[in-house]
Design a protein around this ligand. Sequence first.
Ligand code: SAT
Ligand code: MN
Length: 595
Amino acid sequence: MSLTKNANVLKWIDEMVALTKPDKVVWIDGSKEQLDQLRKEAISTGEMIELNQEKLPGCLYHRTLPNDVARVEDRTFICTSKKEDAGPINNWCAPDEMKAKLLPMYDGVMKGRTMYVIPYSMGPIGSPLAKVGVEVTDSIYVVLNMSIMTRMGKAAFENLGDVSNDFVRGLHSKADVDPEKRYIVHFPEENTIWSINSAYGGNVLLGKKCFALRIASYQGKNEGWMAEHMLILGLKKPNGEVKYITAAFPSACGKTNLAMLIPPEGYKKKGYEIFTVGDDIAWMKPGKDGRLYAINPENGFFGVAPGTNDKSNHNALASARKNTIFTNVAINNDDNTVWWEKLDKNPPVNATEWKGAKVNGPEYIAAGNNLAHPNSRFTAPAENCPCISPEFNNPEGVPISAIIFGGRRAKTTPLVYQSFSWAHGTFIGSAVSSETTAAATGAVGVLRHDPMAMKPFCGYHMADYWGHWLEMGEKLGDKAPKIFNVNWFKQDDEGNFIWPGYGDNMRVLDWIIERCEGKADAVETPIGYVPTKTSINTEGIEDEVTPKVMDELLAVDKDLWKEEVAGLREFYKQFGDRLPKAISDELNGLEKRLG
Ligand code: SAT
Ligand code: MN
């Protein structure tokens, strides 16, 4: 039975049914009974495995095919009617041509299967910033993940109403999970996403990267708001005031860890606290008072499991102790729980590795294998997070004081620096480079340009996107957040990380907020304002971060930066005359300051 009278939805569902020809159509109302039923069914078919229900209540395990473990950027397309609107760093195909290619693949693809119709809201129901999506899929795994990651079910349709056509249409079929026929396709001009032949994460949970970043960035440009690949956190100061920060880092560079940071002892004692609003995506819009407000459109965390442990992210572990779906981690067969690299020092002897083979964990690892896939994930409800912000469901969002960019850089980029202005900050965002990670298929550890951490996620021309940033800055004027850049990943000549990171990143957040309040000290350098040698608090880590190490962390090496400028000049060339003048002015200004 359909859950809505909205004629636009009903018409589109009819079309999708006629195209994919499922045996059955099930509308997902979001009720506990229905989800329990789907869990049971998925367990009975082997699609999901039930984990130890005493130790991990409500938790399920899922294994994807070894060819289907990450986003596929080379098979992701932005199909705008004009090629130049997709820009030089997106894959483009004419909408008609792409449809002609994919329609035969979708024709009858759900024969013998059930089509699930998933209504969902990105953002709190009723929020002026929220938007509705409908995803049809033949995967229970998708339904169960969407039930964690979004506000899913009947209420989303209530939000849409009976007449609106403002919803994003998502068509997904796992088909044969054939990597040669895998496509993740966006039609921004039609509010439509088509995904086929994958059953993994960002390729199939269409509310996430496909809608909340690629389609939403396009909508944001047209409607005067911003969709960004950013965490959102609240920093509570000893006086009780909470300041909000967003931060954009590429996938698997520590957004979840920063969003859930536990301050070092000295800070805790003084009364500092961190609250999580979001760990991956921020939608931001100027509020009535002229400041920039952010909501997290998601309702859960799709976090990288390996590396997550009690020290790196206690709160993420706590979030994933109940009602969580684990994908491609290892199983400890002794007690039917989960394990991944760096969870602890005791890989299970009696293990099932991520591809499903029974192995001796320590021996398997000693032979150079991973027990869990490096991009294995937990899908955990936000409400499980011990430090979830009291503002998490605030429909108006939270006012942002600072925006941080960052990536993985062994050299060149100091621990932290502040931009001279919004335009300079936009330039810094456009200039972000980072070493690639396992979150996407392809080589790991290769330095590439990843502007605003949006390279894989911007739904239109990247240079126009920078233009939109500049325009937003003009609109916000002196109420605009201050813009910073951080690098937790600086290395010495032996390849060791020289900044402790994790909870100690609080020290950098502290400097950032103090800068916003006009307090902390900085020196003006060619690249921006860098902390003075003593303005980052190192109390408690003096042994590790000696004055000499601090010098290294804050160094601005002019020769390296000249190379950076040359690389950027080359990178910007492809944007031709669509590159905003303010960006090339900033590059020229930097070059001049470097002498
Ligand atoms: O696979 S996802 O795109 O959802 C996660 C990520 O790459 O950030
Ligand atoms: Mn991400």
